[in-house]
Design a protein. Structure first.
Length: 628
């Protein structure tokens, strides 16, 4: 196996080098839900944008993913389909004009939607789309008062207590809800046959409305002291909030979905379809195209270029590629060109720290995050050590990461101390994770691993100790941790274990022993590891009953970190990892990235390169006496 491992390591290194772009970046696909493809068709056709080949290419991919029962799935092992995704895909295909309701598979899709409760059972994202395009009454959605946006940050509960990526979606939605804007055309499909009435739904809606009124009672009383009857002030505030966050490519925060709602919000504000803001947003959406094959396209919610570049450059260096080699130099030059030096929403709760961080995508100039910053700093570490003129940029990034630690000792992704639990009760699907930015095991573990192994922060430093204590306090009784941005317990456990090990915990520590036992216990018969996206929804570990390359690599790296020498479990795992990289079946493409439970999962095209290479390299660096 030793020879096979070195051969595979070399193959991965050469393949990664070969797909690097001229800019020095790796521009691989962030393949998310079909939702973005469907919404693009619906937006373009509603605005009567003439781009037939583009629409047909998106429609062709959507149609190719339909199941024999008429439904669409978010991930391969989802039961029989996903009603919200099926509504999105069905609506988009009808809107595209490439099919009709009389098509046998469209009839099956319609039946599937009806059998699963109709349009009323869609998630909030889908209902909002249906409302703005005239296929669902606004009364079907709980209304969030636009007055929320005027509540000052100093108030006990305000718009600014939401995390930035939630605020940037909510701002245009508040405008749309306030005006109850709807736009359709003679070509907009009529979905009224799917609008089934359900008394339980309306009772839920009434309860949600009562909750919102109660939740905002103090805020609304506060506002009534100075507010005029007209709501121009709130609308202008929401509009200004959007305008201040439009990226150079025309997209709101660089995200497709927030930009989708922004376009409709602009129309609700009487902007014309030909306005430069709308035209630029539509052009910006095309920059999100990734080519899955020469003839198959997909609209990413946001490109993962910074993340992929940092991960792949760092993995190459772990595998022995010198930082002075051209691919690493080009990657680091690219990363340095994308370092943020402006204050953004992150500074609302962290105003005394100078900027010097990184975001997720190459078009992101104002929304950095902790994970991308530590990933970039890993790649840049040797450069900063050897060429001291780069040390100041590296130190700025390090200081920013340290400053982002939450008061509870853990690390968030985007904003510090946006953790008011009442916001998780908002009547919006996924509000429990999307409205706030809590400390998570994956962010805390990965940050501790960076601080220990790369920044060489002393293990008795108060911030390290607080981070370690947070992780120890949040370990589950079975020995695992739940990850937020990956699937899911394997991801969280890997991050926590490697972070605790880098922070000085001995492999004999009870917490690490429990984690090791859990990882060994869930190993598949083939020696690998795999976890279902259902874990993210059910909030409990659910095995995939098959092995994926990235999840196998995560589990192995965690075990290698706390094993003085290879074990039988690790050896079997390495064989399974090699085998999984040879297969190109559904397990190779399984989404192991997470964003919004039950709605948004990601297959990162970089993950089958970066994580396996890093794990193979780490294995090759430990005692190989047991190899045969």
């Amino acid at each position: 196996m030793k020879e096979q491992l070195y051969k595979e390591k070399d193959r991965l290194i050469e393949e990664i080098k070969a797909i690097q772009t001229e800019s020095g970046s790796w521009h691989l696909c962030f393949e998310n839900s079909l939702l973005t493809d469907a919404f693009t068709i619906i937006l373009y056709k509603t605005l009567k944008v003439q781009d037939g080949a583009f629409i047909e290419a998106l429609a062709e991919r959507i149609a190719s993913k339909q199941l024999s029962n008429g439904a669409w799935k978010l991930y391969p092992d989802e039961d029989d389909g996903n009603v919200s995704l099926t509504i999105n895909a069905y609506y988009a295909l009808l809107t595209s004009g490439t099919t009709s309701k009389e098509d046998p598979l469209m009839k099956k899709a319609s039946s599937y939607i009806k059998d699963n409760g109709g349009l009323m059972r869609a998630n909030t994202i889908t209902k909002l789309m249906l409302a703005v395009t005239g296929n669902l009454p606004w009364s079907s959605l709980p209304s969030i008062p636009i007055e929320l946006i005027l509540v000052p940050k100093a108030f006990p509960l305000s718009f600014y207590d939401l995390v930035g990526y939630a605020r940037v979606h909510l701002a245009p939605i508040l405008i749309l809800m306030n005006s109850q804007f709807q736009l359709n055309t003679k070509d907009t499909p009529d979905l009224s046959d799917l609008l089934l009435y359900d008394s339980r739904f309306y009772e839920d809606l009434r309860n949600q409305t009562r909750f919102l009124k109660s939740w905002m009672k103090d805020s609304l009383v506060y506002l009534s002291d100075f507010q005029e009857k007209a709501n121009d002030k709130e609308v202008n505030k929401a509009k200004d909030y959007m305008f201040e966050r439009i990226e150079p490519n025309g997209l709101l925060y660089g995200y497709f979905l927030s930009s989708f709602y922004m376009v409709f919000a602009l129309l609700a504000l009487d902007y014309k379809k030909q306005d430069s803001l709308i035209r630029k947003a539509l052009v910006g959406m095309k920059t999100l195209i990734c080519y899955l094959t020469p003839h198959s396209i997909h609209i990413q919610n946001s490109p993962s270029t910074i993340w992929d570049t940092a991960l792949l450059s760092s993995a190459l260096q772990v595998a022995g590629v010198d930082f002075a080699e051209e691919p690493i130099q080009r990657a680091n030059s690219y990363l340095l060109s994308r370092q943020h030096f402006r204050y953004g929403d992150w500074s609302f709760h962290n105003s005394h720290t100078p900027p010097g961080k990184w975001g997720f995508s190459d078009v992101n100039t104002m929304e950095p995050d902790v994970d991308d910053t530590t990933a970039a700093l890993r790649s840049l570490k040797k450069l900063a050590d050897e060429q001291h003129n780069y040390r100041s940029e590296w130190n700025r990034g390090l200081k920013w990461v340290l400053s982002m630690q939450n008061d509870d000792g853990g690390w968030p992704a985007f904003e510090k101390n946006t953790n008011k639990r009442i916001l998780t009760l908002l009547p919006i699907d996924g509000a429990d994770v999307a409205s706030v930015d809590l400390s998570t095991p994956d962010l805390t573990g990965r940050t501790l691993q960076f601080l220990g192994d790369y920044a060489k922060i002393p293990r008795d430093h108060p911030q390290i100790k607080n981070g370690v204590n947070w992780l120890l306090d949040h370990q589950r009784t079975d020995g695992s941790w739940n990850g937020r941005w990956g699937i899911c317990y394997i991801y969280g456990t890997w991050a926590a274990v490697t972070g605790l090990e880098a922070s000085g915990l001995s492999d004999t520590h009870l917490s690490l022993k429990l984690a090791k036992e859990w990882l060994e216990r869930i190993q598949n018969e083939d020696g690998g590891w795999g976890e279902s996206c259902r874990s993210d929804q059910e909030e409990m570990y659910i095995p995939l009953k098959a092995s994926t390359p990235s999840q196998t690599a995560w589990a192995l790296e965690a075990l290698i970190a706390i094993s003085p020498q290879p074990t039988r479990v690790i050896d079997r795992g390495m064989i399974a990892l090699l085998n999984s990289l040879k297969r190109k079946n559904w397990t190779h493409f399984y989404p192991t990235g997470a964003a919004l439970p039950g709605q948004f999962y990601i297959y990162y095209h970089s993950y089958n390169y970066s994580w396996p290479l890093k794990t193979i390299a780490r294995y090759c660096n430990i005692d190989i006496a047991s190899l045969k």
